[in-house]
Design a protein around this ligand. Structure first.
Ligand SMILES: Nc1nc2c(ncn2[C@@H]2O[C@H](COP(=O)(O)OP(=O)(O)OP(=O)(O)O)[C@@H](O)[C@H]2O)c(=O)[nH]1
Ligand SMILES: [Mg+2]
Length: 357
């Protein structure tokens, strides 16, 4: 299962209470206060981990609780502090704070101990961005554990030798959060279904995406790594195909556009042969329009036009038209299936985004 958005509830541990106790021992009358401090509650911490590809582990456990600190005890014994609960999340996870759901909202969690039911569309104004975990090992303190209380041994003074005061621990922080994973890749492959994006990813990297002659073969994003000479490399994300109206949620692509928002360079892959009776020039214009409607910054990004399926004879007449329509954009002619033109594409990617691996 591929989960790239999830709502969670987290609660840090409460601090343990301090203790009020007096030393009682044979032959030691009035031994004085000896109540120890409570331990600190555990915090809930999210940590970015490159090994994870999505948020599925939180889908099964959307409620996270760290343990409470133990109470202090007599004989000056401190309560044990609880361990922090460290939750691994994939690289590129954005963390938002959510307002607590209204108790009567049926599409939402109805109680802390229940699984989320249904999916209510989130309103972006509900969301407050707290952090962006975009480096391996980066941590975010989601909910801080409560502090332990103080035992009565600390309240002893010359005027009060038998203090009964102690403080209780402070409660651990808690809250509702929304996590969204946005893949981090250098290059994003964008195009209509069946343009050959997955075939291209397979040809450029060691990834083995599913390839088939029907639209929407790719159902979830996938990242591959292309290696260049001198240990340089670029990560390439293949997302499900886009169709017209994608920004309005048509097809599958829209939900995945967020995964290319962080790509430095976009490759617009088009079926230059127009095999399905489509016009490649129109395809590119529509895809650009969908990108613009989703996020205007996407069309300002460096991009190149990848004319695929040039092994088919129909491509021959379309190539000059593509070059004429988009004169300022690098046009790279390839056949992902046969491997033609891949060296030129690799050289382009290396120059554009290749970085030391
Ligand atoms: N003739 C020819 N066919 C190709 C080429 N590249 C891909 N194909 C074929 O085009 C079809 C679609 O390829 P995919 O790589 O699955 O296309 P996609 O863009 O990933 O499609 P979706 O995942 O559905 O969006 C498959 O039947 C491929 O074999 C090519 O260079 N030449
Ligand atoms: Mg595909």
């Amino acid at each position: 299962m591929f989960v790239d958005q999830i709502r969670i509830f987290a609660k840090a541990g409460d601090g343990g209470s301090g203790c009020a106790s007096f030393r009682r021992e044979k032959f030691v009358p009035k031994g004085g206060p000896d109540g120890g401090d409570g331990g600190d509650g555990g915090s809930v911490i999210l940590r970015a981990d490159v090994q994870l590809s999505n948020l599925v582990n939180l889908y099964y456990e959307p409620i996270i609780r760290a343990k409470n600190g133990e109470r202090g005890m007599g004989k000056q014994k401190y309560g044990r502090s609880a361990d922090d609960k460290i939750i691994p999340v994939p690289l590129g996870t954005l963390i938002y704070r959510l307002p607590a759901p209204a108790p009567h909202d049926p599409a939402d969690f109805s109680g802390e101990n229940e699984q989320p039911r249904g999916r209510r569309k989130l309103d972006s104004k509900d969301l407050e961005l707290l952090a962006d975990l975009n480096e391996d090992g980066a941590e975010f303190l989601l909910c801080e554990g409560g502090r332990g209380g103080r035992g009565n041994m600390h309240f002893k003074s010359s005027r009060n030798r038998t203090p009964r005061q102690f403080t209780t621990g402070t409660p651990g922080a808690e809250g509702w959060f929304f996590l969204e994973m946005r893949m981090i890749a250098d290059v994003g492959l964008v195009g209509y279904p069946n343009a050959g994006k997955s075939t291209l990813l397979g040809a450029l990297s060691a990834a083995h995406p599913k390839v088939a002659a029907y639209p929407f073969t790719t159902l979830r994003p996938m990242v591959g790594v292309a290696d260049f000479p001198g240990f340089r490399r670029a990560t390439i994300a293949d997302i499900p195909g886009l169709i017209e109206g994608a920004h309005r949620d048509a097809g599958l692509g829209h939900d995945f556009l967020r995964h290319i928002v962080r790509c430095r360079t976009l490759l617009l892959v088009v079926d230059a042969a127009g095999s399905e009776g489509r016009d490649p020039v129109e395809d590119i214009k529509k895809i650009r329009e969908e990108l613009r409607l989703y996020d205007p910054s996407l069309v300002r990004r460096p991009w190149a036009l990848v004319a695929n399926k040039t092994d088919l004879p129909e491509a021959r007449e379309n190539l000059p038209r593509l070059a004429g329509e988009f004169p300022d954009v690098p046009l790279i002619e390839i056949s992902a299936q046969r491997g033609d033109g891949l060296e030129a594409l690799r050289a382009f990617l290396d120059a554009e985004v290749g970085r030391p691996g």
